[in-house]
Design a protein around this ligand. Structure first.
Ligand SMILES: [Zn+2]
Length: 463
């Protein structure tokens, strides 16, 4: 089976050029510039005139079916990967979670059984290490052999995921030894918990206090501390969901000094703010995530960080909880609101809106949404680029179309949209995963089980 995508503009980090793309079976066979020969004989021809031809999006931070505070994030691997496909994301890396007192390999088995046979697109796993001990340190090497080459630790959530500085040091030493990346949730959870207790004692129970008790300074402090521990151990460090200008400054300083420190941000920190958390009634609960949404002034700094490559990746931290039944658990106590915002479907579009608004170049859009995440987590050039030999994960994108984001039209299994009513310039037209068309002409053609597990190699930015 061969497909010719003809007349489109192929976008990569190095530029955008008119080219025809020939897909044979699951892979890209040729990318041919106009005037350099005609590709004939394809069984199917897709006209991509006036459209972009992009490598499928790579979202390296999602939480499908994640247990949190007595409930689960509302997207399963089936519904969440289907929604991702609708939005032009063809690879996710989700987080397997080690519950305290259990083994990493058992956790990995559990997450494999959740995802196996259910995913619409290809997927990999990071491992959340919530119990650093002699056994788990040894198991980290076995995880790398199993294709899980990145480990997430938490400086927040004491009693759940929290690791002490000593535990972080040990895990980082081991990660450095086995060539793995340490991912860090950088917020000072010990100090935050005191502020939360004080707020609740003073009767401040509304959602906005989730934001006010997690000030940007405590993200910056933890980010700096993680960077220091990484420097001492020689471990490469990847800061997840960076939200605050002060934390970005710490990352930029480390990068300028030549340290192997990387950071991602998420669309919610580029488009939403503390004002949303402060919406009247209990509406703000829809916007509770950690780190929290910041004051609007941070947004320009984050866009600048993306342009300057101090922020290398945009992922979603997709972690949906329904407003009814789930977010409701925190009515009268903001600390009980499940943390997370739905977003896996809209990352490509929200970033294209940044292109339309002049915040990002066309090439940089593709770089932060697809190419760099693939390289950061050992999937390049199989993923992240439209080039001969790569998987035919291709998005045909219409930059002139417009759409309005809404819970009434999205495909995520959640009863609200954090971007309700937002008009976006640009829209996914066709989505292909390994040569199979998943979305075309507004119809979903994918199926659970098409997606395969991706064993990953090492981070491709390390010297
Ligand atoms: Zn997360």
């Amino acid at each position: 089976m061969s497909i010719l995508i003809s007349g489109g503009t192929v976008v990569s980090p190095s530029g955008a050029e008119r080219a025809d793309v020939l897909v044979v079976g699951e892979r890209i066979a040729a990318v041919v510039k106009p005037g350099f020969g005609v590709v004939g004989g394809a069984a199917q021809v897709i006209d991509a005139t006036d459209k972009y031809v992009l490598p499928g999006g790579v979202d390296v931070h999602t939480h499908m079916e994640m247990p949190f505070g007595g409930t689960h994030s509302s997207d399963t691997f089936e519904t969440g990967t289907r929604a991702a496909a609708w939005g032009g994301t063809t690879t996710i890396i989700d987080f397997a979670v080690q519950p305290k007192g259990t083994s990493l390999l058992a956790a990995l088995d559990t997450w494999h059984s959740k995802a196996d046979g259910n995913c619409a697109i290809d997927y990999g796993f990071h491992m959340i290490v919530s119990d650093v001990n002699e056994t788990t340190l040894k198991e980290m090497a076995a995880c790398v052999d199993a294709g899980v080459t990145s480990f997430k630790l938490f400086m927040a959530y004491p009693g759940v995921f929290y690791a002490t500085d000593g535990e972080i040091l040990l895990a980082m030493q081991q990660a450095a030894k086995i060539g793995a990346v340490t991912m860090m949730h950088a917020e000072n959870g010990i100090a935050i918990d005191q502020l939360v207790a004080q707020a609740l004692a003073a009767g401040h129970t509304e959602p906005v206090h989730h934001g006010l008790t997690r000030p940007p300074e405590l993200e910056a402090e933890a980010t700096g501390r993680a960077i220091t521990l990484a420097a001492v151990t020689g471990a490469p460090l990847y800061i997840v969901h960076l939200s605050a200008a002060q934390a970005l400054a710490a990352v930029a300083e480390a990068r300028d000094a030549g340290q192997q420190v990387f950071a991602e941000t998420c669309p919610q920190y580029l488009y939403l703010s503390l004002d949303d958390l402060a919406r009247p009634g209990f509406e703000g609960a829809k916007y509770v995530c950690s780190p929290p949404l910041r004051r609007r002034e941070h947004q320009d700094t984050l866009w600048r960080g993306l342009r300057a490559n101090d922020l290398s990746v945009v992922s979603t931290d997709h972690c949906p909880f329904c407003f009814a039944d789930q977010k409701e658990l925190g009515r009268g106590d903001f600390a009980k609101i499940p943390n997370g915002i739905p977003g896996v479907e809209h990352r490509m579009d929200l970033l294209h809106q940044g292109v339309a608004a002049g915040q990002l170049s066309l090439s940089r859009w593709v770089e932060v949404a697809s190419t760099t995440p693939a390289r950061m987590f050992g999937l390049y050039p199989r993923k992240g680029v439209v080039a001969p030999g790569s998987d035919a994960d291709i998005v045909i994108y219409d930059p002139a179309a417009t759409q309005v984001l809404s819970a009434a039209s999205h495909h995520m299994n959640v009863d609200y949209s954090a971007y309700e009513g937002l008009q976006i310039t640009g829209r996914v037209d066709t989505v292909m995963s390994r040569g199979t068309t998943l979305v075309a002409a507004g119809e979903y053609l994918g199926a659970p089980g098409h997606g395969s597990f991706l064993p990953r190699g090492a981070c491709q930015y390390l010297a």
